[in-house]
Design a protein around this ligand. Structure first.
Ligand code: ATP
Ligand code: MG
Length: 279
C-alpha cells in the first residue's frame, strides 16, 4: 500500500507553501517518505528564507497592506471618499441594522461591555455619516471604509475572528442605474484585486430589492452587495437609492494568490506576507 505524508509532515509542508502535487505524493515505504520529506523541507525552507530576505530588502510591505492601499487608490480615483470610523460600535447602532436578539449575527458579536462591541461590519457607521454627508454634499455621495471587523466564528480555512472589510456605498444615484452600477463597482474592486474570474449570484426579493454575492469558481464568497432603498433605511431616515458592497480583503488576497487558507494572508504572528516565520 502506498505511504503518504504523516499529519505533522503534511502540515509542515503546507506551512512552507508546498504545492498540491507535492502534498499528494505517495511512497512505497516510510524510509523513502522520510528521506523525501527531509529533502523537500530543506528546499522549501530555503525558498522561504529567500522570500523573507527579499521582503526585507525590497518589498517591505505585506499583501494585506498593499491590497488595502491599491484598492483605496482605485476607489478614490473613481470619486469615492475614504472615511475612518470607530472600531468600537454601540449596541444601539447595531440594533438599527436589525442585529439584536434573534438575528443570527447577534451570536457572533464580541461584546466589550453591555453597550459596546467590536464592530462586526462597517455598514452602521457608514449609514451614520451618510446622513450628514447627504445633507452637505452633492449627490451621488460616494464613500468607503477599509478596516478591521470582528465576528466569533468557528475557525476554518475561510473565516477568522478578525478580518478586514472594505465597504463601499454610493448613495443618491438614479434608481434605474443601480443594477448596472453595483456590477460595475464589483468588477472594479475584484479586478483591482487582481482576480479575473468570478461570478455574481443574485437574489431578487420583494422586501430587500436585489442582493448580490461575488464568488470565485471554488465557491469562495469575496463580497456581498445590496441595492437600496432597503427596509433598514427607515431606521436611518434615508430614502435615496443606493448601492453598497462589503468585501473581505483576506478573501480577495486568498483568491488572488490561490492561498489555501486565510491564516496565511491575514493578520498574523506566524506569517509575514504569507511567509512562515519558524524557518
Ligand atoms: P460567509 O457566508 O462567507 O461567512 P458572510 O455572508 O457572513 O460571509 P458578509 O456579512 O456578507 O459575510 O460580509 C462581507 C464579506 O466579509 C464576506 O463576503 C467575506 O468576504 C468577508 N467576511 C465575512 N466574515 C468573515 C470572516 N469571519 N473572516 C474573513 N472574512 C469574512
Ligand atoms: Mg455575505
Amino acid at each position: 500500500m502506498a505511504v503518504t505524508w504523516s499529519d505533522i509532515q503534511y502540515n509542515r509542508l503546507l506551512e512552507l507553501g508546498a504545492g498540491g502535487e507535492e502534498l499528494a505524493r505517495r511512497f512505497s515505504d516510510s524510509l523513502e517518505k522520510n528521506r523525501a520529506f527531509q529533502k523537500l523541507e530543506q528546499e522549501l525552507s530555503k525558498q522561504q528564507r529567500r522570500r523573507l530576505q527579499d521582503f526585507q530588502e525590497k518589498k517591505r510591505r505585506g499583501g494585506l497592506i498593499r491590497m488595502e492601499e491599491s484598492l483605496a487608490r482605485i476607489l478614490v480615483e473613481e470619486g469615492f471618499s475614504q472615511v475612518s470610523t470607530p472600531i468600537i460600535m454601540s449596541k444601539g447602532l447595531l440594533a438599527r441594522m436589525g442585529i439584536e436578539e434573534g438575528h443570527p449575527l447577534n451570536e457572533q458579536i464580541f461584546w466589550l461591555d453591555q453597550k459596546k462591541c467590536l464592530r462586526p461590519m462597517l455598514a452602521p457607521h457608514l449609514y451614520y455619516v451618510l446622513i450628514d454627508l447627504l445633507r452637505l454634499w452633492k449627490k451621488p455621495v460616494r464613500i468607503f471604509e477599509i478596516g478591521p471587523c470582528f465576528r466569533k466564528e468557528s475557525q476554518g480555512g475561510r473565516h477568522s475572528p478578525e478580518f478586514t472589510m472594505l465597504n463601499l456605498v454610493e448613495m443618491g444615484l438614479e434608481q434605474e442605474l443601480c443594477k448596472t452600477r453595483i456590477r460595475e463597482l464589483a468588477d472594479l474592486v475584484v479586478k483591482g484585486a487582481g482576480i479575473e474570474e468570478y461570478a455574481l449570484e443574485t437574489e431578487e426579493s420583494d422586501v430587500y430589492g436585489e442582493t448580490l454575492d461575488i464568488v470565485t469558481g471554488e465557491g469562495l464568497e469575496l463580497g456581498s452587495g445590496a441595492v437600496g432603498p432597503h427596509p433598514l433605511d427607515k431606521a436611518w431616515k434615508v430614502s435615496e437609492p443606493w448601492v453598497g458592497i462589503g468585501f473581505g480583503l483576506e478573501r480577495l488576497l486568498m483568491a488572488g494568490e490561490g492561498a489555501a487558507s486565510l491564516a496565511r494572508v491575514g493578520r498574523s504572528l506566524s506569517y509575514l506576507d504569507g511567509i512562515r516565520l519558524n524557518l
